[in-house]
Structures are given as C-alpha cells and as structure tokens.
Ligand binder design. Structure first.
Ligand code: MEV
Length: 440
C-alpha cells in the first residue's frame, strides 16, 4: 500500500505516470507504455486535452459513431454518437430509417428556463424579510450588470429572483429561487456567477437594512449554486403514423404490434423496476449525442431522472397512444444544453459534431437529443415485444467476444457469416471459434 503523496499535481505528466505505474500496477513498464500509446502524436492537440482536467495521464477513447437518416422537422440529420455499447448506434439508425418513410420526427420546445438558488438561513420575522428582499430587487440586477451585459444584449439574462420560505422543511431555511434564460449557453458559469453576486448583495444589504431589526441583520448564506433540475427547460419529440403503416413484424400484425408497444410503455409507466431499464435505454441515445456535442451528461442524467420521478414514482419518459387508428409515440424530457462555450468551442471533435448537425442552436440541439432518446426507446421496445433483445444485441456483441478471444480477421469474417444463421450466445461463439481452429 503506497503512502499518500504530497504535491502530486505539481509533478510532470511523465513523473505522474511513472509514480502511478510503479505504485499501483503489476507491470509498470507495460503500464507506462500503455498510457503513452494513447497519447495523440500531435503535441498541441494532446496538450489541449491534457488541460481539460487536472492530473491528465492519457486519453480514454470512446467510439464516435454516426446514426444517419434522421428526418427531423422536415430536415435530414446524421446524429453523432459517442458510446461504447455495441448495439446503440445500430438501433438508432434502424429506428431512424423506420420513421423516415413514415413522416419522420417532430420536436417542440416547451420551455427554456433554468434555475439557480441561494440557500440561506434567517432567524427573524418572515414579513420583514420579504419586504427587505423586495426592496433590494433592483440591486440584484444592477450589481450583476458586468456578468449579464452580453447575455442581455442577446436577449437572455436574469428573469426572476424570488424569495422562498422553506421553514416547513428545515428550521430557518429560505432561498432566493432564481430563474435565468441562457440562450445557446448551458449557462452554468453565468448562473453561478450571478448567484454568488446575489448572495453578497443579500448579506451586505441585510447587515445595514433599516427594514430588519438589528438582531435580524445577520443572514447566513449556506451556498449559491445552479440547479440541474430543469423541469421548465424541456422539449417534446414525437412520431406518429396510421397504425396500418407500422407494418407487420413476423407474424405480428401492425395493430397487434401497436398494442404491444403501448402495453410495454404502460408497464414502464407504473413499474419502477421496468421504468429504470426503459429509461436507461432512452439515455443510451441521449447521453451518446450529449457527449458527442461536448455537453455535461451527468447534469442531463440527474435532471432527467429527477423529472421521471416528479410525481413521487419513477416512471417512463416516453408515452404511446392509439387513437383514431393513429399510433403516436413521444417523449418529454428536460434538457439544459449548450452549443456555445465550454467544450463546444475547444474540443475539435465536438466542433465537428456540431458542424455535422448544422451548427444547431441550444433549442435545436434539445430537439435532436430528445429524438435520439425516442428513437433508441422505439428500437429497444420494438425488439423487446417482438424478437427479444438478445438477437440483435448478441449480433453486435459478436465482434467484442471475438476480439476478446484474439480472433484473426479471417476468423472474424467466417464467424460473422456463421452467426448470421445461428444464435450468437457467448458459449456458442467460443465453441464455434474452437471448432474453426480445429478444422483449419
Ligand atoms: C440496454 O442498454 C437497454 C435496454 O435494456 C433498454 C430497454 O430494456 O428498454 C435494451
């Protein structure tokens, strides 16, 4: 067990790699070499990536794939997806193709408000606090002008600063609950900077306010931070078609298929064990494009799961209906995304992904991301209620198993051919490769 190290962040990259390899890996020489294998040979590009975080040792690759043929609001898109799971891009592409000939996807932005809060404690008369906060409202705007100037010029900024009395939940607890419009920026830095200034203004003004009694003038600010729960920054994506146009799947008729889909969604709506997996499939699509476009997928995940549980039960994010012989399938999700600032202007592949998407606004991107989630869910549930998930999944996973077993290119080719006609379980692949090696 190595003893704690002082000043690790001050070591050079080479020194860090050597230290970690020597203290934590069984073959330091091989580990050092592996870290370096993943360095980019373009030193400037590597430095750019090194500087995204602290203590960078190397790069961690994820495949960047493309799901083409998405007809969205009448335009054809190819969606860039960064993801390691083998069947996700294939499933998205299949769903895109299916809906291309049935009118494609439509999206609608239902809101763009983002939230941040100053959490503070106050012991005193709530009426006087409310009057005091009302009196200093103009200062919240004037004292943040240097932060908000550019955002306001583009049409965004601070929308509202509300006092919220939370004493029912926690003794002496109040909030400034603040609403922002951050346009094409995700807005985390903008919101947090405004909030920290609000907190300073609040405390300073309270300390001398004639509205408050002397013993009420000490407000304790606990923290000032944006919320990743953005139920008012949300989007709907949907597809629909006459039920007959769904076509039959094997021996399942179009209307039977629609009913099976609706039943599966109803189960995900009432049964949290299923809902979590159902929504995980949706996040396969959402995270992949969120990541490829340089957005914060942890923020998106946290906000979406909270939204899925907003009425106290964790439920499906997608919905389906069959009315007047029309099958309709849709998703509503909160998404706080940016297409300017942060990684979007730094990471070369993120810039390329945004170019492929036609330099979308944040609103456009919200729609595209919601579509990726909806398409993924359609693909997953379609498989689940018809053939089962393993058939497609194992086909895609086949190459991973063969790579793990060190199969040659020739062996891979032969076995991919073989498993077009056979079920590709893990043991079947192992056996087939052994058999092939015996006979050749
Ligand atoms: C696997 O990554 C995702 C699925 O489990 C989603 C689902 O069950 O709906 C296939």
């Amino acid at each position: 067990m190595p003893s704690p190290i002082e000043g690790f962040s001050k070591l050079t990259k080479e020194e860090k790699i050597r230290w970690i390899a020597e203290h934590y890996t069984h073959d330091p020489k091989a580990s050092i070499s592996l870290f370096k294998t993943y360095w980019n040979k373009d030193a400037d590009l590597q430095q750019l990536h090194d500087e995204f975080i602290e203590n960078t040792l190397s790069n961690f690759y994820l495949p960047l794939g493309i799901a083409p043929n998405f007809l969205i609001n009448g335009k054809v898109y190819a969606l860039p997806m960064a993801i390691e799971e083998s069947s996700v891009v294939a499933a998205a592409s299949k769903a895109a193709k299916f809906w291309f000939s049935r009118g494609g996807f439509r999206t609608k932005i239902l809101g763009t408000e983002k939230i941040g809060q100053v959490h503070f404690m106050y012991q005193g008369d709530p009426g006087r606090l409310a009057a005091f906060v009302e009196q200093i409202q103009p200062l919240f705007v004037s004292e943040t002008l240097s932060i908000t100037k550019n955002m306001v010029a583009r049409g965004g900024g601070i929308k509202k600063v509300e006092l919220r009395d939370k004493r029912q939940d926690l003794k002496d607890y109040y909030q400034l609950h603040c609403t922002f419009e951050t346009l094409d920026a995700m807005g985390a830095n903008f919101i947090n900077s405004c909030l920290e200034q609000f907190a300073k203004t609040l405390q300073r003004e309270a300390s001398t306010s004639p509205i408050l009694r002397p013993e009420e003038r000490h407000l304790e600010v606990v923290m000032s931070i944006l919320s990743n729960y953005v139920p008012q920054c949300f989007v709907r994506a949907e597809v629909s078609c006459p039920v007959d146009e769904l076509g039959s799947v094997g021996d399942i008729s179009a209307s039977e298929f629609a009913e099976k889909m609706i039943r599966a969604i109803s189960i995900a709506n009432i049964e949290p064990y299923r809902a979590v997996t159902h929504n995980k499939g949706i996040m396969n699509g959402i995270d992949a494009i969120v990541l490829a476009t340089g957005n914060d997928f942890r923020a998106v995940e946290a906000g979406i799961h909270a939204y899925a549980a907003k009425d106290g039960t964790y439920r499906s994010l997608t919905h389906a209906s069959l009315e007047n012989e029309v099958f309709r399938f849709w998703i509503e999700v909160p998404l706080a995304l940016g297409t300017v600032g942060g990684l979007t202007s730094l990471h070369p592949l993120v810039k390329l992904a945004l170019e492929i998407l036609g330099q979308p606004s944040a609103k456009d991107l919200m729609g595209l991301v919601a579509v990726a989630g909806l398409a993924q869910n359609f693909g997953a549930v379609q498989s689940l209620v018809t053939t089962g998930i393993q058939q497609g999944h194992m086909k895609m996973h086949l190459l991973n198993i063969l790579n793990q077993m060190g199969a040659s290119e020739q062996e891979k080719k032969q076995l991919v051919e073989h498993f077009k006609k056979h079920s590709a379980t893990h043991s079947a692949v192992v056996e087939a490769l052994q058999e092939l090696r015996k006979t050749s």
